[in-house]
Write a protein that binds this ligand. Structure first.
Ligand code: AMP
Length: 432
């Protein structure tokens, strides 16, 4: 038999791990709702052009990391799995005429993204992002609001040591001159540049600034800075974003090398960094303003801003700091029976409990009562419901497992009795 494995760069999330995921997904949804973001879901794949136009062809994501879907026929459209959520959401904004809705349109999504990247610790080919987008607001206040939302997400998730890196990368008015200046700055060093960076010099010189190659550190430290060359409008915007962050008490570090990998960003660019971690895994989220993207994808010029927070790396960090949530608690009640063969009675009683909203399971195997009770205790159940002779009179035994007490309860009162005692126990009243 062949041995089957999850594809390289993907993982199975086992029930032992999913409680942490569920907690973060709920937090993401609750927090986004608290800030007025409404849920949107877009397809996991889109027309290739949405990303090639939207993200820009001279980015790693498009050049090397797109997961292309093989067309079934010659005429098929070309599709790719989404490497990031923004372009798909903007495509939906344009397609559904959301510019006629009250602006900004504030939407959120949490789901898997796909990049054909070289897998390593904290870098997967399928990973999850919590994403928020505010489309139709030029800022600067919303820029600060969204950054504050990101920091709150980490804080409420229980992660300390998250730093906000902030930059402005200008706009169509001031960036071209800066790009020319930057090219002229690196040009004399062309032959000395690492091969990858030499390629970028011709195609997307901004990317040199966020090179992770140590050989670039000296050169990059002295490179001209965008923030010193912003046009008046961009400079005013950037100052106002900082003033709003200051007023909210959100700390940040100005990082002139922060350009983000995606072409569609304008003005505000930010990243959430985890202090004290290595390389790639430090980047736990990021976002920025993308005032040009709606137009690029066929809409009218529309300012917008958003972020994507990687859940995989966040969970890795939480696990290391022992913030992971233990496996979910077992069932409230387990229905067991003195007659090993009477699975019908057990299934009927457990069905009745579930219909009344009690999380419960029944022993459906033909084990002896003692074994059934042992398994119930191992599950961490609060109650064992014991079906015996008194069932003929409509009664069952209700055993409080942690307390070690037992009483007879009418079947008709069972669910109510369990809920009352369970609630008292949960609220610290102890078993009654
Ligand atoms: P990006 O759009 O590249 O800025 O990604 C936003 C966030 O998604 C990053 O800060 C990471 O937390 C996460 N992320 C990006 N790529 C990957 C990947 N291949 N594996 C796991 N997480 C990733």
């Amino acid at each position: 038999m062949p041995t089957y494995r999850a594809p390289r760069g993907t993982r199975d999330l086992l029930p032992t791990e999913t409680p942490t995921w569920t907690r973060l997904e709920r937090l993401a949804a609750d927090l986004a709702a608290r800030y007025g973001y409404r849920r949107i879901e877009t397809p996991l794949f889109e027309q290739t052009d949405v990303f090639e136009r939207g993200i820009g062809e001279v980015t790693d994501v498009v050049e090397k990391e797109l997961f292309r879907l093989a067309p079934r026929t010659e005429e098929s459209e070309s599709w790719v799995l989404r490497p990031e959520p923004t372009a798909g959401i903007v495509r939906a904004y344009v397609q559904h005429g959301m510019r006629t809705w009250p602006q900004p349109v504030k939407v959120t999504q949490t789901g898997p993204m796909f990049r054909y990247d070289r897998p390593q610790a904290g870098r997967y080919r399928q990973f999850w992002q919590f994403d928020v987008e505010a489309i139709g607001d030029p800022g600067p206040a919303v820029d600060a609001e969204i950054i504050e939302l990101g920091t709150r997400f980490y804080r409420e998730a229980g992660l300390d040591g998250v730093e906000v890196l902030l930059n402005s990368i200008g706009d169509a008015a001031c960036r071209p001159a800066y790009v020319a200046e930057l090219t002229a700055y690196y040009e004399p060093h062309r032959v000395a540049l690492p091969a990858i960076e030499r390629g970028r010099l011709d195609r997307n010189v901004l990317r040199l600034l966020d090179s992770k190659d140590p050989a670039m550190a000296g050169l990059n430290a002295n490179a001209p800075r965008m923030t010193e060359r912003l046009c008046a409008d961009c400079a005013e915007h950037f100052a106002a974003v900082r003033a709003h962050l200051d007023a909210l008490g959100v700390g940040y570090r100005l990082e002139p090398g922060l350009v983000r990998g995606l072409d569609y960003y304008t003005r505000t660019a930010f990243e959430f960094y985890l202090v004290g971690r290595e390389g790639q895994q430090q980047a736990i989220g990021g976002g920025g303003r993308y005032d040009g993207l709606v137009e690029l994808l066929g809409g009218r010029p529309t300012p917008a801003i958003g972020f994507g927070i990687g859940l995989d790396r966040l969970i890795l960090a939480l696990t290391e700091t022992a913030q992971a949530v233990p496996s979910e608690a077992g069932p409230t009640a387990v229905v067991v029976g003195a007659d090993p063969d009477d699975t019908i009675a057990r299934l009927r009683v457990v069905t009745q409990l579930r219909a009344a909203g009690v999380g419960s399971r029944a022993e459906l195997g033909r084990r002896k009562l003692g074994k059934q009770l042992e398994a119930a205790a191992r599950d961490g159940a609060h109650f064992a419901v014991i079906l015996g002779d008194e069932l003929a009179d409509g009664n069952v035994g209700l055993r409080d497992l942690p307390a070690g007490t037992q009483k007879v309860v009418a079947l008709a009162d069972l669910a109510r009795e369990i809920e009352r005692a369970h609630a008292a126990h949960r609220h610290g009243g102890g078993p009654d």
